[in-house]
Design a protein around this ligand. Sequence first.
Ligand SMILES: [Zn+2]
Length: 417
Amino acid sequence: MLKLGKYSVGLGDRFGHQGRAQVKAIMKASAKGIEITPVWNKSNREHITIGTQPGDVRAEADSATKLAQYSKPYFVDADHINIDTVDRFIESSDFFTIDVASYIGKKADAGEIDEFVASVEKYTGKLEIPGTKLSFITTKQQIVEIAEKYLFAAIKAFDIYRKIEKAKGKQNFITEVSMDEVSHPQTPVEMFYILKMLASKNIPLQTIAPKFSGRFNKGVDYAGDPLKFASEFESDLMVIDFAIKEFGLPENLKMSIHSGSDKFAIYPYIGSIIKKHNKGIHVKTAGTTWLEEVIGLAESGGEALMFVKEIYIKSLEKIEELCAPYADVIDIKLSFLPSKSDVLLWDNNRFAASLRHVPGNKDYNANMRQLIHVAYKLAALKLDEYYKLIEANETTVSQCVFENIYYRHICRLFDIK
Ligand SMILES: [Zn+2]
């Protein structure tokens, strides 16, 4: 069976030009003793917005790894697919993030709920997670509620899984189930029963992406209590560990964090907790590659700076349209956005510093950063010009991409000095 390594990072690259810089970051971590499997992910939504095909991501991953002479495993993730969108990803992907969020809360048949509840009867009451201080008390009524909320989603996950399995063969892909794009987090107790549901469907789950407490806004830091996150995360890890043994799930099953990028406030907790328990992790960092391209173009000055200024000015005009698909995962305070006339006066360093995610830098503007994050559609409308500029300024742009992934993400997560 294809197996995902202990540490893996989901890398987004919307415009498909930064694979080499991303591989360079992975190889630098390896040279420092941290082996990370790169996984290139791109959702259907991003493909539609830009007009790319899933096969383009495969082509980029193959060529970037080849050029870098990177000979270790890497994967291409069909990110957040469902039964309707999976088809065109099947050929080029070998990692599938099965998104069941839209099925959560829909009820399965009464018979299936009864069967599930009966199958977990022995866990009713006090359940202690062996080898930990963790214990839960669940009444039968709570288990029924959990089944009513999640069993249908687990059944749907299986339907989607089967569709992929039929086309690709059982051993030939990695399966993730994601439930992160919902408004309420799953508790560790819910996680325990969800894993039981997925295990009883025999889904060879290698990663699971729950929704955690706090806000995971795109491209900016975590908004919430990092200590609360840490305790929830640690409990989930213990639950996964127990579920592997108890339900016969794959040994290498691990947590996938759909970070929406840049959750610097919680990275040190994630890093220290996985180290403490000797566990693996998959962290999706998604779309900040595009932001680094914008930062690199700004730094380059001249027509490249003018191009990104125009993108920003246009994004102010089209703010509602651009933000609508991301309403749940961005939080932009309009009054903190710089005006068109301000930005037109900025030099290259000022524009770059406003977007570059360096907490504490007085010029850094998280509101502007989020707006640019969702404004990639505007570059997609001028694709030829955009590609010409990132190619002409490749050295600066790819250095920005590399430094972002390596220093701000990987070093923080894996405590590389
Ligand atoms: Zn997600």
